[in-house]
Ligand binder design. Structure first.
Ligand code: 6PG
Length: 476
């Protein structure tokens, strides 16, 4: 008997993916650098399906039915290159290597091109959903050639999460498209988490609610339009009491957020593509600020407004206002992320369908949320919106939310509570709305000090004014 698919790299994600394949009736070859992990998997979970353990790379490859489908689940960067080199030497033209880690899409493009020369399909695949998702059904974002998807798609769709019977897996596009979309997924994840964190902070510091009370507010939100995995787990975290101290658990956790780098990649790439992902960038910067204990210690003495909280009516209305601000800001974060996906797709010729992306993010992944149905609808309509914000449903939602959104941002500024995510999202929204932007002045300044030229509103062509001379204007 040979295996339909093989998994090498049996840390928790790889192990759970292998079990997921096996539980769906696929014979899975399993391999790990140290055989103890392979044996442990078979001993513990062998009853779940058919596992074919291999001690060596050579043995692993012979266990796979051709064309071979080999999933590598190892650390991004050098370890991934090492494993690819090791296996590529053992594979034949037509075989497929799936990289299911969080690789940078530029690495994936490089690896795909190199392996294509040898006739091997390299399928950079975003997999979201953490440990539980890997076992019970992740959201899967494969890139690579259409031929590779023809051979892999059915197996991946089998193990993916399902929403209304639709698998959360689709061929995103060629070469690095899958890892690019996973990267942007993580950027949106950072933004979503930051916005939720700001909502929690404002409810606590402006409205004076305790974590357990805020948990109730989030629980309520989770039965409405904000329903999502991240809101759900937020309510659970906030309701949790620390066993040691009896204090709210969130209060005993150090307030320094770490990051492994995918959010940073999203912003770096957005800068290269010239896409304004301000909400995602603020989320990355907020994590970074939180980690600078030195300058935070120095900043603690800086003056702020007279301390205070909202009273009476304003306090009563505030939770609803924050819900609206959160929803509006979340829409902006997704709009920015989708803009980046569209820009990447144009730059690299990927032909990514944002509606399909929204569809496979509805289940399995960390940012799964009810409102992704609305995004899918917006891009499924015959008139694809230029920006998510201009799609009818979202335009109406923002129209309804904007007064409250403005009140929340104003309140945060007045009370001195940082809300960079809410504020950046609102500034982006107002930036898009503005018929004229002060960019006109910036162009004039650039022309003044650097003769960088400008365009006029009333005539075609580029112009320069003799700022240091008689201030006459020339066409250039
Ligand atoms: C997912 C997650 C996952 C990511 C973690 C940690 O989709 O399952 O995005 O891929 O690695 O969320 O990210 P940070 O350590 O950067 O917060």
């Amino acid at each position: 008997e040979r295996a339909h698919i093989g998994v090498t790299g049996l840390a928790v994600m790889g192990r759970n993916l292998a079990r997921n394949f096996a539980r769906h009736g696929h014979t899975v070859a399993v391999h790990n650098r140290t055989s103890a992990k392979t044996r442990a998997l078979v001993d513990e979970f062998g009853h779940e399906g058919t596992f074919l353990p291999a001690d060596t790379a050579e043995e692993f490859v012979t266990l796979l039915e051709p064309p071979r489908r080999l999933v590598i689940m190892v650390k991004a960067g050098a370890p991934t290159d090492a494993v690819i080199d090791e296996f590529a030497a053992l594979l034949e033209p037509g075989d497929m290597i799936v990289d299911g880690g969080n690789a940078h899409f530029a690495d994936t493009r490089r690896r795909e091109a190199a392996l294509r020369e040898r006739g091997i399909h390299f399928v950079g695949t975003g997999i979201s959903g953490g440990e539980e998702g890997a076992l019970l059904g992740p959201s899967i974002m494969p890139g690579g050639s259409p031929e590779s998807y023809a051979a892999l798609g059915p197996i991946l769709e089998d193990i993916a999460a399902k929403v209304d019977g639709v698998p959360c897996c689709t061929h995103i596009g060629p070469d690095g498209a899958g890892h690019f979309v996973k990267m942007v997924h993580n950027g949106i994840e950072y933004a979503d988490m930051q916005l939720i964190a700001e909502a929690y902070d404002l409810l606590g510091r402006a409205a004076g609610l305790r974590p357990a009370e805020i948990a109730e507010v989030f629980k309520g939100w989770n039965s409405g339009r904000l329903e999502s995995y991240l809101i759900e787990i937020t309510a659970e975290v906030l309701a949790h009491t620390d066993a040691d101290t009896g204090r709210p658990f969130v209060d005993v956790v150090q307030d320094r957020a770490e990051q492994k780098g995918t959010g940073r990649w999203t912003v770096q790439t957005a800068l290269d593509l010239g896409v304004p992902v301000s909400g995602i960038a603020e989320a990355v910067f907020a994590r970074s600020l939180s980690g600078h204990t030195d300058i935070r210690a120095a900043g603690r003495g800086l003056p702020g407004p007279t301390p205070g909280t909202l009273d009476g009516e304003a306090a009563a209305r505030f939770a609803d206002d924050v819900e609206q601000a959160l929803y509006a800001s979340k829409i902006v974060a997704y709009a920015q992320g989708i803009h980046q996906i569209e820009a990447g797709s144009t730059e690299y010729d990927w032909a990514i369908d944002p509606g399909k992306v929204a569809e496979i993010w509805r289940g399995g992944c960390i940012i799964r949320a009810r409102f992704l149905n609305r995004i899918r609808e917006a891009y499924d309509s015959p008139r694809r919106p230029d920006s998510l914000l201009s799609a009818e449903y979202f335009r109406d939602a923002l129209a309804g939310a904007q007064d409250a959104w403005r009140r929340v941002v104003a309140t945060s500024a007045e009370l001195g509570i940082p809300a960079p995510g809410f504020a950046a999202a609102l500034a982006y929204y107002d930036g898009l709305r503005s018929p004229r932007l002060p960019a006109a002045l910036i162009q004039a300044q650039r022309d003044f000090f650097g003769a960088h030229t400008y365009r006029r509103v009333d005539r075609d062509g580029s112009f320069h004014t003799e700022w240091s001379g008689d201030r006459t204007e020339h066409a250039v």
